[in-house]
Ligand binder design. Structure first.
Ligand code: NAP
Length: 293
């Protein structure tokens, strides 16, 4: 049995489809099973929350492999980014060790470090450390930005593209190597098939092109057939504006400063697509996936 957290998210829903196609028995730790859509009848469901350790301890009974994807890039009512992305992973690893899980697969992010400018990538670094120190077999995936047509991020950009000018937070010069969610899922499947000899392995998942935030926005505009001038909104204006919006709208806010800040920090791997290729996956170019080649 494989326990999957984050199965309702971008990577999780794609990976779940691949796992089920392979005939893997999957248990999903979810807050709301309805968000699994049609897949909910094909999996075991464990109701749980990253802020509720007994829930994931129970969910690990009889599990050989944990794939831990659940994470948050904004604070939740029950937990901060630090609790959800850092401490929860540490607790999850501890629970896996106690329950006799054999293998723990964790999603970090490229560039995570304990002194990173963003809260999310600081928390991911703490989590990675806990995974590295675990007594079980672990695999860490550190992706650049992951996307799929119709995902929440590209949908937000498409909505902004309806405006007469296209706003971009900051100077738009941060660099990414976007990787398609389908390629990410293929990498996880390959790693599941071949655990390798090392006790702890780590793969940086990057697409074949290095693109700035501005380049990605231009690519999206091209794929949706819209011509819009890009307007780079100074960081202090974005930060103040989003913080005011958060105060006014609370949880319903369409974007938070913590989320916007992630688009101001580069997420690249010096190895490019080499780690994905080592797993037998040749990641596609973003332009090809979005149909703007
Ligand atoms: N997408 C990227 O560009 C990117 C880049 C680098 C690293 N990563 C990492 O890759 C992993 C997958 O990313 P993703 O883009 O697929 O994430 P996502 O689409 O934002 O999905 C997040 C998932 O976590 C679950 N979740 C959030 N809070 C939870 C809580 N308190 N308890 C239980 N589950 C909770 C969500 O469930 P609900 O349906 O209940 O909300 C959802 O299934 C994450 O660890 C992320 O940090 C992603």
């Amino acid at each position: 049995m494989l326990l999957l957290t984050g199965a309702t998210g971008l990577v999780g829903s794609t990976l779940l489809r691949h796992l089920l196609a392979e005939g893997t028995a999957v248990r999903c730790l979810v807050r709301d099973p309805r968000r699994l859509g049609a897949q909910r009848v094909r999996v075991q469901i464990a109701l749980g929350d990253l802020t509720d350790p007994p829930s994931f301890r129970n969910a690990m009974r009889g599990v050989q492999t944990v794939v831990h994807l659940a994470a948050a890039i904004r604070d939740q009512r029950r937990g901060s980014i630090e609790e959800l992305d850092g401490i929860a992973t540490w607790r999850m690893v501890e629970a896996a060790e106690r329950q006799g899980v054999e293998r723990f697969i964790f999603f970090s992010a490229l560039g995570a470090s304990t002194h990173h400018r963003t809260r999310c990538l600081r928390a991911k670094a703490v989590a990675e450390q806990a995974v590295r120190e675990a007594s079980l077999h672990t695999t860490v995936f550190a992706p650049s930005i992951v996307y799929a047509p119709g995902d929440a991020w590209l949908t937000l950009l498409e909505r902004l593209a309806l405006l007469p000018v296209m706003p971009v937070s900051g100077r738009g010069r941060a660099l990414y190597q976007p990787i398609w969610a389908e390629d990410v899922a293929d990498c996880v499947i390959a790693a599941l098939r071949d655990p390798g000899a090392e006790r702890h392995s780590r793969y940086e998942l990057a697409g074949p092109q290095t693109l700035s935030h501005n380049d990605i926005v231009r690519l999206l505009l091209a794929s949706s057939g819209r011509r819009r001038p890009l307007v780079n909104v100074p960081t202090p204006v974005v930060s103040r504006g989003l913080r005011l919006l958060e105060r006014a709208m609370g949880e319903r806010t369409p974007a938070t400063w913590d989320e916007a800040e992630l688009m101001e920090v580069s997420m690249t791997s010096a190895r490019g697509a080499a780690d994905a290729e080592r797993l037998g996956v040749v990641p596609q170019k973003m332009a090809a996936v979005l149909g703007s080649d």
